[in-house]
Write a protein that binds this ligand. Structure first.
Ligand code: GLC
Ligand code: CA
Length: 528
């Protein structure tokens, strides 16, 4: 049997912004449960829910103060159980965000750890004496503000490490007690029926044991992110990271059918190492972020596919993503005209796709006026365009005042275009982005070649990119027009059009060329 996560589609939900049910302007778990029918109709397979744990919200939930509970703002553990149960009834899986690199500074473990040097939990975090001449122990810098990743603690006169905010102290995974406790967290959720984990910055968990300096990055220029002033060879993707991957995988494999997705942004030759080997497997899906960080341009996209395909070992299954809660939405990055083309590519190229909530509607970044900024990253590095609020705005359900997201003014403003770009309007329009996405997913489900088939490039030009997905008994071809002008693609012989990105009712059989509008694409099947 093929694993569900190979043929399936992951849908990422940012819980603060999906659906509010108790009128506080913030999304919650009952809100997700309430919208499960929408997600089942859309046809996705698994919901990845960004952190919903108790948290002081210094980094909107990525600062966890209790790994085995639910933040009251999001609901209760009982709400989570209900969500899991109701999702499973609809054949939807639940993937939680697991944040192993750091906890909140308000986590009871850290409160104990910082209380005295001989507290039993002292070594649960990464404490260090000052450098011999005073000051932080080394040059490591925090991902968010570009200042030292070491914070001085007056009471116990040592520094603690925080790769992100100082409210997010790094856990010490070299301590077996930490390891056992954090791995029990995985068991806790798997015992409740959770189907997998998306592991937050997994490749940062193991740091250089000798705490050596990171190298200077000679390519750093003004305007780049402050933390990029240094290379990160000592703080990220260190050789020991594979130990961590294997610890996690071992616990994962105590259970049937669970999936591990690792958050890491690496070149392909390094990324593929995180699959591990057949004998010592690591992540099922080390996230492939390349499309998020490079231009939507025909040659780039094709080259990414080809170099990824070439780098993947036989046993490794690919994956693709266009948007997430940290980066500009695809429709904004690539331009709204490319929204359908991106979705078509994402759902037909070989590998597990992850759709970010709202991308199926063509949601775009929302400009956030300075007085409404929430994201600590924007507040710490203003003006660099790093703020993530624009991609975290409320899901657009209908044309009502708060877009059907909430009865009250939401924690981030609703997009100006929510009157026309929303679920209700798009469900009623067969030529909407939503209707297109739904048709695409439905078609994908009927074609094993699109889900699990092999890949080969058919043709590329300055504007066209065509590829084939195939099994022993099925061939399906996808053609994408990256250009702004209409063009014709001449396949090898007559084809049947299975789906067109901009025409809900395309002509069935094509003898002499598939006409494509600018930024349009199609899925076809050779007739012979
Ligand atoms: C990951 C998350 C991001 C978070 C950071 C720190 O990159 O995706 O949202 O701020 O880790 O946990
Ligand atoms: Ca709420």
């Amino acid at each position: 049997m093929t694993e569900w996560w190979k043929s399936g589609i992951v849908y990422q939900i940012y819980p603060r912004s999906f659906q509010d049910t108790n009128g506080d302007g913030i999304g919650d778990l009952p809100g997700i449960t309430q919208r499960l029918d929408y997600l089942a109709d859309l046809g996705v397979t698994a919901l990845w829910i960004s952190p919903m744990y108790p948290s002081p919200m210094a980094d909107f939930g990525y600062d966890v103060s209790n790994y085995i509970d639910v933040h009251p703002m999001f609901g209760t553990l009982a709400d989570m159980d209900k969500l899991i149960e109701e999702a499973h009834q609809r054949d939807l899986r639940i993937i939680l965000d697991y944040v192993p690199n750091h906890s909140s500074h308000q986590h009871p473990w850290f409160l104990e750890s910082r209380s005295s040097r001989d507290n039993p939990k002292r070594d649960w975090y990464i404490w260090h004496d000052p450098a011999p001449g005073g000051g932080p122990p080394n040059n490591w810098i925090s991902r968010f503000d570009g200042d030292s990743a070491w914070e001085w603690d007056e009471t116990t006169e040592q520094y603690y490490l925080h790769s992100f905010l100082k409210e997010q102290p790094d856990l010490n995974w070299r301590n077996p007690e930490v390891r056992e406790t954090m791995l029990d967290v995985v068991r806790f959720w798997y015992d409740r029926g959770v189907d997998g984990l998306r592991v937050d910055v997994s490749y940062r968990v193991m740091k250089d044991p000798a705490f050596r300096d990171n190298p200077i990055n000679p390519d750093w220029r003004e305007g780049m992110e402050p933390y990029q002033r240094l290379g990160e060879t000592m703080t990220k993707n260190t050789p020991d990271i594979h130990m961590f991957n294997r610890w996690l995988r071992a616990v994962n494999d105590e259970y049937d059918d669970r999936v591990l997705i690792g958050e890491m942004n690496l070149p392909y030759e390094k990324l593929v190492a995180h699959y591990g080997s057949v004998r010592e497997p690591e992540f099922h899906l080390p996230f492939n972020f390349h499309l998020v960080f490079s231009p939507w341009e025909v040659n780039n996209v094709r080259q990414l596919v080809e170099s990824y395909e070439a780098a993947l070992p036989d046993y490794a299954w690919p994956n693709w993503v266009l948007s997430n809660h940290d980066q500009p939405r695809f429709a904004t990055r690539a331009g709204i005209d490319n929204a359908r083309l991106g979705m078509l590519f994402l759902l037909t190229v070989r590998g597990t796709p992850t759709i970010y909530y709202g991308d199926e509607l063509g949601m775009e970044n929302v400009d956030i006026p300075p007085e409404l900024v929430q994201d600590p990253w924007e507040l710490l590095t203003p003006g660099l365009g790093l703020g993530r609020d624009p991609v975290r705005t409320p899901m657009q359900w209908d044309g009502s005042t708060h877009a059907g997201f909430s009865e009250v003014s939401p924690w981030l403003p609703v997009a100006n275009n929510a009157q026309s770009v929303n679920v209700a309007v798009e469900q009623a329009d067969p030529n909407s982005m939503l209707a297109f996405t739904q048709r695409l997913i439905a078609l994908r489900k009927t074609l094993p070649a699109l889900q699990l088939g092999d890949y080969r490039t058919l043709e590329t030009s300055d504007v066209l990119y065509a590829f084939e997905r195939f099994t022993k008994s099925e061939r399906v071809q996808v053609v994408l027009n990256f250009g702004a002008d209409s063009t014709t693609w001449k396949p090898d012989g007559a084809v049947k059009i299975l789906l067109a990105s901009h025409d809900p009712d395309p002509p069935a059989t094509i003898q002499d060329g598939v006409e494509l509008l600018g930024h349009a694409g199609a899925i076809v099947q050779p007739l012979e």
